[in-house]
Design a protein. Structure first.
Length: 156
């Protein structure tokens, strides 16, 4: 419960700062936009993502519980995958959490899953998750690690 409260407060602060900030937010353009479409295979239905570095980004696919890190300079399969299934404490009957959004604050990436019912109107308890991952660097290697305990009570 303590982690949920802290994560809820952090999310609220990030939202309030973004919503009520009157300052112009500086935009960083990493590189020129490519003249051809780039393909980053491995994910079916990307639903969330954030930059990790000037060349790496992470995405979530709302069809599974795997985060994929890609190198935008070398379009190909993910350079790393993070399967969150066990961390998210899901029920095996309906393993999809349906990750829907992410935001990065310093070295943390906050993720939220769907808080709605499935397409048939049925409740899916695995969908009610809010959690964080930490950006870790070791030499040239960058990875994401789940931290804390996923909050499962935001909708209550």
């Amino acid at each position: 419960m303590k982690v949920c409260s802290v994560l809820s407060v952090v999310l609220a602060v990030v939202f309030m700062h973004t919503y009520f900030s009157h300052e112009e937010v500086p935009r960083t353009v990493h590189k020129e936009v490519p003249s051809v479409a780039l393909s980053f295979p491995g994910a079916c239905d990307i639903s969330a993502g954030v930059d990790l570095t000037s060349s790496l980004f992470v995405v979530a696919d709302d069809e599974n519980n795997v985060l994929r890190i890609y190198n935008r300079d070398k379009p190909s399969l993910p350079v790393e995958k993070v399967d969150l299934s066990s961390f998210l404490q899901i029920e095996p009957d309906h393993p999809e959490t349906d990750i829907e959004a992410a935001t990065r604050v310093n070295q943390l990436v906050y993720w939220i899953t769907s808080h709605g019912r499935n397409k048939d109107g049925k409740t899916r308890p695995n969908r009610y998750r809010f959690f964080a991952t930490a950006l870790r660097t070791s030499g040239d290697r960058i990875r994401l690690e789940p931290i804390g305990t996923p909050c499962i009570t935001l909708a209550q």
